[in-house]
Design a protein around this ligand. Structure first.
Ligand SMILES: NC(=O)c1ccc[n+]([C@@H]2O[C@H](COP(=O)([O-])OP(=O)(O)OC[C@H]3O[C@@H](n4cnc5c(N)ncnc54)[C@H](O)[C@@H]3O)[C@@H](O)[C@H]2O)c1
Ligand SMILES: O=P(O)(O)OC[C@H](O)CO
Length: 437
């Protein structure tokens, strides 16, 4: 068999090991820029494992506007109020994780609001009503109790208005619209975190979702990514995650505290772009892994795809943001997420079906049939990455990313993932950085 990635077959050049020339490439897309940081009102507590802290509080949800309570010493304690914007498969699990901690930790208000994109179920009932009645997201996370302090709310403005900690977790394609609706609606002291794996491509270039949130709402936004298949975390199987923060370690620690449980171990890393790009780009690698599974290529081929994919992830991330750290790729958000998503994710699963059908059934069809309302991120991310690559003239540097998109849109057959294309990559482009000047 002939392979489609001769760029990587030679040991004489490594896109990964030699970033000297990569960093010398012109960085057309602006590096990270974000709106002025707005500090968080509540005092931070020292980071400690949530399960060791203070005595549990009552589980009764309450709706009071106040966020102040009295601590053990009679002092008024400022409490953070958390709202989760999104209620899909991961959104619901995130709400469950958070709600288990807000009940235990004195620095958080018990209640966790969860904004629900309202829909009517086949029974005729509203999803929000069913969640509040049964404490289960029967459509996106059936069989799992979220915690009685999770309150589903179909009104976006109402859901966010009192919160000073906002957790964004929707499929990435909906975020631009959600941000537009939220302009002027969030508190001035709010901190945000994005669990969303994806990006937007605008005229000016790529825009990470955390940046979209920061810019549109004028707030600071951290990220949480990792090897996190939601259904496994829902049943409390151990996993790790990475919080990417910009420059305020205390804020990162507040997020770590909010999410950490004995079965969910969270590590902060000062590299928002690196962490977010890992979470975003691994979905493209997962599509490639699914093609390999659909073609029944076996484990060695899939491992090769993971390795090549990880290398392209790092190269692409560093081209976009020179601040991205190599070490980030060894965190849960990097290599671990590539592995889990290529073994057990939804992108992999649907791409496998696409390849088994010889590319004859569209991803949209397969997604609707196989995921029942849940959304793939990898196909649109592959398109977005392709737009960036073609706009910058980098297509030949990233044969895996480019090929995934061309297969998704039907320009190449699924088998192209492991075959030479007609068009040979121009190795000179990689070997002579002057080509880019
Ligand atoms: N599910 C996972 O295992 C997992 C794990 C880690 C990260 N993520 C990431 O988290 C993000 C959210 O994923 P998810 O699994 O919670 O969602 P999902 O795939 O379950 O998507 C369904 C959600 O999208 C909502 N939705 C549908 N149309 C909408 C619209 N027009 N506007 C707004 N919302 C709409 C639905 O109401 C539902 O809440 C994604 O970026 C995903 O990559 C997912
Ligand atoms: O099911 P996927 O492919 O959307 O991946 C889920 C998570 O991102 C894995 O960490």
């Amino acid at each position: 068999m002939r392979f489609h990635f001769p760029l990587y077959s030679s040991s004489s050049f490594s896109l990964f090991s030699d970033f000297t020339f990569i960093s010398s490439l012109p960085l057309i897309f602006s590096s990270s820029h974000f709106s002025p940081f707005i500090s968080m009102a509540p005092a931070f507590e020292p980071l400690s494992p949530p399960h060791q802290e203070a005595e549990p509080q009552t589980a009764t949800p309450h709706h009071a506007d106040t966020v102040n309570n009295f601590g053990n010493d009679g002092q008024v304690v400022s409490k953070s109020k958390v709202t989760v914007v999104g209620s899909g498969n991961w959104g619901s699990v995130a709400a469950k994780l958070i709600a288990s901690n807000t009940l235990k930790l004195n620095s958080f208000h018990d209640e966790v609001r969860m904004w629900v994109f309202e829909e009517t179920l086949q029974t005729g009932e509203k999803l929000t009503d069913v969640i509040n009645k049964t404490n289960e997201n029967v459509k996106y996370l059936p069989g799992i109790k979220l915690g009685k302090n999770v309150i589903a709310d179909p009104d976006l403005d109402n859901a966010v208005k009192d919160a000073n900690m906002l957790v964004f977790v929707t499929p990435h394609q909906f975020m631009e619209g959600i941000c537009k609706r939220l302009v002027g609606k969030v508190r001035g002291d709010v901190e945000a975190i994005s669990l969303i794996k994806g990006m937007e491509v605008k005229m000016e270039g790529p825009c990470m979702i955390s940046n979209l949130i920061s810019e549109q709402l004028g707030i600071n936004c951290s990220v949480l990514m990792g090897a996190n298949i939601a259904n496994e975390i829902a049943v409390e199987k151990f996993s790790e995650a990475t919080v990417g923060y910009r420059d305020n370690r205390e804020i990162a620690e507040q997020w770590v505290k909010l999410f950490s449980t004995p079965y969910f171990m969270v590590t902060p890393v000062q590299d928002v772009e690196g962490v977010e790009l890992c979470g975003t780009l691994k979905n493209v690698v997962a599509i490639a892994a699914g093609f390999v599974d659909g073609l029944e290529m076996g484990n060695n081929t899939k491992a090769a795809i993971m390795r090549i994919g990880l290398r392209e992830m790092r190269a692409f991330s560093k081209l976009l943001f020179s601040s991205v750290r190599d070490s980030t790729f060894f965190e849960s958000c990097g290599v671990a997420d590539v592995i889990t998503t290529c073994l057990g994710g939804r992108n992999r699963k649907v791409a496998e079906a696409f390849a088994r059908n010889g590319g004859k059934r569209s991803f949209d069809d397969l997604e609707a049939e196989m995921l029942q309302g849940q959304k793939l991120q990898g196909v649109s991310t592959a398109r977005e990455v392709y737009e960036v690559l073609s706009h910058r003239g980098w297509l030949e540097l990233f044969p895996l990313f480019a090929t995934v998109h061309e297969i998704c849109v039907g320009r190449l057959p699924p088998s192209a993932i492991v075959e030479y294309s007609e068009k040979k990559p121009r190795l000179s482009l990689l070997e002579d950085p002057a080509c880019y000047q």
